[in-house]
Write a protein of this length. Structure first.
Length: 368
């Protein structure tokens, strides 16, 4: 395998400062137009998703509890998996981004909402909304880069443990909800004395409490209620959680770690303007193509570029503005990274495998 790779630390330097400012103004105007048009139709969309999620969970659990034979078990697992994916992606992720705070509905308020995953909402809002979206793809600042396990750029110092990176990646995918849930613990900073013990212990308490509630619900309460069908229900809940983990891992990684997703150094982002920030979001994100229900199943994170540009915009609106964003990129010669799920997932796997071995940075080239 070639150990010399094009550097991921690039900047659209061919653009003038006037062009960067114009890009910022155009994207600001796009956001303003959509946000001013929000109304009952947007709330109705989310409420339909919530009803569908609840119906899917009820149907799935009924099939697992009262069904007979393997077909009803498989149907129950499928329905419960769909419910968990909807809850995490289209509902929980988007509500906790504050996309529906404007409604004034306490049930849709980002500060009060919780979801069906082993990550407490407070930790997620900090690690994701504050850290990840503020420092997207900035090495040393964005802890989502490799989830503290994977080396995905030659600027990360290679260590012998990275030879086991394919295995670490598989384990992360299988238990992705725990990777997300433990993300805000910042174990590395705590071990090196950079995170105060009281702060760490409070985060650890919240993590343990949320995992405990999830395990109690899925692996004790519902199996116990099923009486003689307890093994069937337990196995169904385990598989539904596993499938949800794999799906969310796949969508998140395809949105951030394809081979063309740009990673930045801190010095690249000093004195960053609004236009520069927008350019970083475009360069560091990747989209997935698909139909309406595919986009819903991803929480519309298949439009990761639009999500990073406008994280507080109701996600189902991303399909509406994606052609405009793509056209803007074409006008200014910027890469708009999009493709099918298979192609993008293969690009992610290649990136992970390439950086399993020592690699070095070659001469920087401008991002196009």
């Amino acid at each position: 395998m070639n150990d010399t790779l094009p550097t991921p630390y690039v900047h659209p330097s061919s653009l003038s400062r006037e062009q960067v400012a114009q890009i910022g103004a155009e994207l600001d105007a796009m956001r303003h137009r959509v946000m001013q048009s929000l109304g009952q139709a947007d709330v109705d969309h989310l409420r339909r998703m919530i009803r569908l999620c609840r119906a899917s969970e009820a149907g799935g659990r009924a099939l697992l509890h009262f069904g007979v034979g393997p077909l009803s078990w498989l149907a129950g697992v499928a329905a419960l998996t769909a419910s968990k994916i909807l809850d995490n992606m289209e509902i929980g992720h988007n509500v906790m981004h504050g996309q529906y705070d404007w409604t004034g509905d306490p049930a849709l308020n980002s500060q009060h909402f919780d979801w069906d995953i082993a990550c407490d909402s407070e930790s997620w809002r900090h690690s994701h909304n504050v850290v990840h979206h503020s420092y997207t793809n900035i090495l040393g600042k964005d802890r989502d880069l490799g989830y503290s396990l994977l080396r995905i750029t030659p600027e990360q110092r290679w260590k012998p443990r990275h030879l086991l990176q394919p295995l670490a990646n598989l384990l992360l995918a299988l238990g992705f909800q725990y990777g997300v849930g433990s993300h805000d613990l910042e174990l590395g900073r705590y071990r090196h004395g950079a995170l105060a013990k009281p702060v760490f212990m409070e985060r650890w308490r919240r993590f343990k409490a949320k995992v405990g509630r999830q395990w109690f619900k899925d692996y004790l309460l519902f199996p116990a209620l099923a009486l003689w069908s307890a093994p069937r229900v337990l196995a169904g809940n385990l598989l539904a959680n596993l499938l949800r983990n794999l799906w969310t891992y796949l969508i998140i990684f395809c949105g951030h770690f394809t081979e063309h997703a740009v990673i930045y150094r801190e010095e690249d982002c000093r004195n960053e303007t609004r236009g520069d920030w927008y350019l970083r979001q475009i360069a560091g994100s990747s989209n997935l193509s698909g139909g309406v229900w595919f986009h819903i199943a991803t929480g519309h994170l298949s439009h990761q570029i639009e999500h990073h540009l406008f994280p507080d915009m109701p996600a189902h609106r991303y399909r509406e503005i994606a052609p405009e964003v793509q056209a803007l990129c074409a006008r200014y010669g910027l890469r708009y990274n999009t493709g099918g799920l298979l192609r993008q997932s293969m690009a992610v796997m290649r990136r992970i495998l390439v950086h399993t071995l020592p690699t070095r940075v070659s001469t920087p080239t401008p991002a196009r």
